[in-house]
Design a protein around this ligand. Sequence first.
Ligand code: RIB
Length: 414
Amino acid sequence: MKILNFGSCNIDCVYSVENIVRPGETVPAFGLEHFAGGKGLNQSIALARAGAQVFHAGCIGSDGQMLRKLLQDSGVNLKYLKTVDRNTGQAVIQVDSHGENSILLYGGANFAVTRDYIDEVLADFSAGDFLLIQNEISQLPYLIEKAYAAGMRVIFNPSPFQQSLGDIDLNKISYLILNEIEAAGFSGLSAPEEFVIWSRLNYPNLRVILTLGKNGSIYFDGNARIEQSAFCVKAVDTTAAGDTFTGYFAAGITGGKSVERSLCLASCAAAIAVSKKGAAPSVPSINEVEKRLETMLPYECSGTEQKKRTVKAYFENHLSDASLGGLAAQLGYCPSYTGRWLKNNIGASFSELLLSARCRMLAAELEDTELCVSELIARTGYNNESFIRKAFYREYGCTPLEYRKRKQGEKYDK
Ligand code: RIB
């Protein structure tokens, strides 16, 4: 089994700015550096640094020899890399004081990829081999068709997203690795969970890895679903974090690692990349990733724990107007998945959680006010008084009146 990455190579001109420039604005840059980049090159380097043997195909100009050298030094096989009579692709990148970026891309030599060149390279690969692709070279639809016809397994990172990618038949893709923006581009749906449903309905055989930034990543296919938290680091430059993730994940699954382990390594490697400057130079080695994994903590604002906090806060703030749709919007899920998520992660339904939040409110008011029990029960929003009395008994093991007496007794004892 061989791995071919057919992708872009760019020279990244990175400007450090306080804030990313807006239309009509002129801002000073306080630094300019040049790095090797391009989603293709970054992902090949990530695969190689993760320990995989990868062939890189793509085009550079004669001005791109430093890219060739870096790929070579990183252990990427360059048998198919071509030098053409065009300028090497270039990215003008602004990185702001929070490590966020904005990228202006000039395709240059990346658009010199022709059908003949693709035929020539693919002739050396066969069924079962992997092809990794992004969206920064010419002739992408043709490349996918040819690889699929040859029985290659295509790993597609549709980045940067363009509407024309909607014409690609995702049935021909084995693994789709994408972020929320790209997911919305394909499906027209902005909530990640809606995309999961859309994808499963339309492409039940597709294996999807959806990256959610600080909220981690999700692998899913027609049956399985695996979640991975993001790791917590101080962001210096987010450029190539996605490429590092993709390269590491591809190295994991092509190398026979489980999806769980591949996601974990990819997530950790991407976090390390975020903590360093530049694109390709920020991609860590597998040794660094394994070492950092021992001490790195999951991002505190990520994953299930944060979502549980969101649920708690939602009920506290919406005791009178809580709705499943309202909670779903806060979690970024669709209502039906929210119901299942609550059952799986908190062990209770939406109405059970609302009921227990309202019982907590009743208990607090019994303790803090002198109002009569029936009036406080009426404030909970339930018409059926005996229903809330029973629920209260289940939660606190006593009636509301007994609860008030007990709390008053405790105060008196103090
Ligand atoms: O994903 C980051 C990359 O996008 C940069 O290296 C830049 O070249 C652009 O292709």
